[in-house]
Design a binder for this molecule. Sequence first.
Ligand SMILES: NC(=O)CC[C@H](N)C(=O)O
Length: 396
Amino acid sequence: MSSAPTPKPTACLALADGTVFYGKGFGATGECVAELVFNTAMTGYQEIMTDPSYAAQVVTFTFPHIGNTGITAQDDEAADPVASGIVVKWDPTDPSNWRATGDLQDWMARRGRIGIGGIDTRRLTRAIRQQGAPHVVLAHDPAGNFDIEAMIARARGWKGLVGLDLARDVSCTQSYRWDEGLWAWPGQFGTNPEPRPFKVVALDYGAKRNILRSLASSGAEVTVLPATATAEEVLAHAPEGVFLSNGPGDPAATGAYAVPMIKALLERDMPIFGICLGHQMLALALGAKTVKMGHGHHGANHPVRDMETGKVEITSMNHGFAVDSQTLPEGVIETHISLFDGSNCGLRVADRPVFSVQYHPEASPGPQDSGYLFTRFADAMRARRGGMSGGNRPTA
Ligand SMILES: NC(=O)CC[C@H](N)C(=O)O
């Protein structure tokens, strides 16, 4: 009696330490070099893959069923998937979802993103937790020909994300207006009582669409400017508030453009709100330092404590760098911390409407606990209209 031959692996993942995982390839063929991170979200693989902050990263999902809800353009956080590739436990099945307009595998193949299925993602996640986010090469070849030694050497030779400036690569190149509000939970911010919208300039370092929707729904007329816009270019729009977006790469590598622009804005008494990379760059502009984390935070269930109200929020997270709270200068208050590891998750400037958070109040995917931050930004701009100050104090 003969048994069926074991199918030849059509994809493999080589870690810089020499560990190799074999599996079944899907999506695009070819090879990519990246940092490997794990994401613990149970939903939202499409939002995760299209979040521009994942540039130069491969994501391994701890949730085993990825692909089963298919793909819909409504869930794109950017025009294309940005994560270089994904690692999953089960091979993606055909989608079963009334919203699906396509399947994950075809979408990834058309957009040049590599997938590997059949991987022991628990073992891989444990390895990432122990050694920190490793450098990897992910390859997909239907013929199953892999030069493992060359892949390991390429992973070892890759310089990684520290010092890597990616924000200007994923940014828009032209300014544009964003008018679309939230479609997923339209009443989130109530009705804006202001007769005219707040003029907000949003700097695009890799902005997720749901951030722009959240700003619009909280009463803003949003003009999006490229990452390299100068303070003069920002101020030419006469904004009532400036928003600093999320984005990929090392915040400290944006010192040639974003940090000096933010420093110049801080000279003005203007509401500023930052998210994730925007939070880190604001901290740098205020004189603090950022550090690379071990394996970072990537998920949709991260508890964060608001230090001023004592409330705990369950948040969406995606970051591999963090603000070193020990370096926050006098007058800059740590407003939020991670309940997983105590790392900094938010700051504000005392008595000024300047604040930022490390996590993602726009969710997509994730819980909506932190949506109040968009209201706080709108309140800060409203207070300016009314000639009051201190509009970033806790509202609830
Ligand atoms: N989501 C983000 O904006 C990520 C910020 C930064 N690239 C980090 O990894 O920490």
